[in-house]
Design a protein around this ligand. Structure first.
Ligand SMILES: NC(=O)c1ccc[n+]([C@@H]2O[C@H](COP(=O)([O-])OP(=O)(O)OC[C@H]3O[C@@H](n4cnc5c(N)ncnc54)[C@H](OP(=O)(O)O)[C@@H]3O)[C@@H](O)[C@H]2O)c1
Length: 308
């Protein structure tokens, strides 16, 4: 099977030959991959900064959407032909940038018929991360001010949408080209992060107090975001840059946790239009290195996927 991946840790992404998928364990399914997500987190995997549970030579990729082709002996929830999405980490050997994928059945979620394969493939990691930041780390409550720093990105946009559904009052940072979209997702105030004093603007909007909670999805942005948080508030960063605790603010460093059931709930909301994900570009597996370069560039303009 020809996949897009690495021959060794740190090697450039290329098309490599792996064997055909092995026989399934009882709790596994075999998926025919219709599309696979590409994020800058795949670069961390490539260089050995995130252990997702495979060893090179291997396909990269930690999210996908596809059709169930076969199920293991202990699987009763899924049958061949089901349309699903997944964040299948730890990997069962190979990543998702491949025509076929072995995944644990417990980490699948149904793909709503109204959602494209590309959108479904790009959804699991940003959606799970956003939900876990808001519900587990920040415990965002209706009515309180929430800052979303980096709302112009894919995960940032889902943070805004999910927090809007929870009834929070959202103050977002975004660049000029994302401003309108972030407002449409539910942010009450959108502040341009290019203005170095943007945390002071957040304070002004909140009568000088600062936001009760903040989620930072901007690489290296948490140190600025904490300046906009009220004394005794909460800050969650998803970009591995937690600042030292100060002024009684609780700081959380959030890493995505695979969860099939939670992904299913999120997928339902994607299917009925309460959530959205914008796919900016779709590449063939043979163009995986280009796709990865696009997301590591930091301004992909939306989600990027590979189509086998
Ligand atoms: N911890 C985890 O488990 C986890 C999970 C998912 C993602 N992440 C991380 O979260 C970050 C966002 O991921 P993503 O895929 O959602 O990103 P993305 O879609 O590639 O986000 C790109 C957007 O971020 C905005 N941005 C860039 N620099 C910024 C800055 N200094 N301040 C504010 N906004 C800025 C820009 O929006 P404008 O258009 O507004 O300029 C840019 O278009 C990445 O670093 C990723 O690795 C972590």
């Amino acid at each position: 099977m020809q996949v897009a991946g690495i021959g060794r840790v740190g090697a450039p992404v290329e098309v490599i030959e792996t064997g055909e998928p092995r026989p399934l364990a009882g709790d596994e399914v075999l998926l025919e991959v219709m599309a696979a997500g590409v994020g800058n987190w795949d670069e961390f995997v490539r260089v050995g900064g995130w252990d997702v549970g495979g060893a090179p030579p291997m396909a990269l990729g930690v999210e996908a959407a596809g059709t169930v082709a076969a199920v293991g002996g202990a699987v009763s929830d899924w049958t061949p032909g089901d349309a699903v999405m997944t964040h299948p980490v730890p990997l069962r050997g190979q990543g998702t940038w491949a025509p076929m994928l072995i995944a644990p059945a417990a980490l699948l979620a149904r793909k709503p018929p109204s959602v494209s394969w590309e959108a479904a493939a790009a959804f699991p990691i940003p959606a799970l991360t956003a939900e876990q930041a808001l519900s587990d780390a920040l415990r965002v409550r209706a009515g309180e001010y929430l800052l979303v720093h980096g709302a112009g990105g894919v995960t940032g946009g889902l943070l805004v949408s999910l927090a809007t559904l929870r009834g929070a009052q959202i103050i977002a940072t975004a660049g000029p080209s994302s401003r309108q979209r972030v407002s449409a997702l539910g942010a009450r105030h959108v502040i341009d992060y290019h203005d170095r004093d943007w945390p002071e603007h957040v304070r002004a909007v909140t009568d000088g107090h600062g936001a009760a909670a903040a989620a930072s999805a901007a690489p290296g942005g948490a140190a600025s975001a904490i300046r906009a948080v009220a004394d005794g508030g909460r800050l969650a960063t998803i970009t591995s840059d937690p600042p030292a605790e100060q002024r009684g603010i609780t700081v959380s460093n959030v890493y995505v946790r695979p969860d099939g059931r939670q992904l299913g709930d999120l997928a339902t909301r994607l299917g009925d239009g309460r959530l959205e994900i914008r796919v900016a570009a779709s590449y063939r597996l043979t163009e995986a290195a280009r796709a990865l370069a696009r997301v590591t560039g930091g301004h992909a303009g939306g989600a990027v996927v590979l189509v086998p």
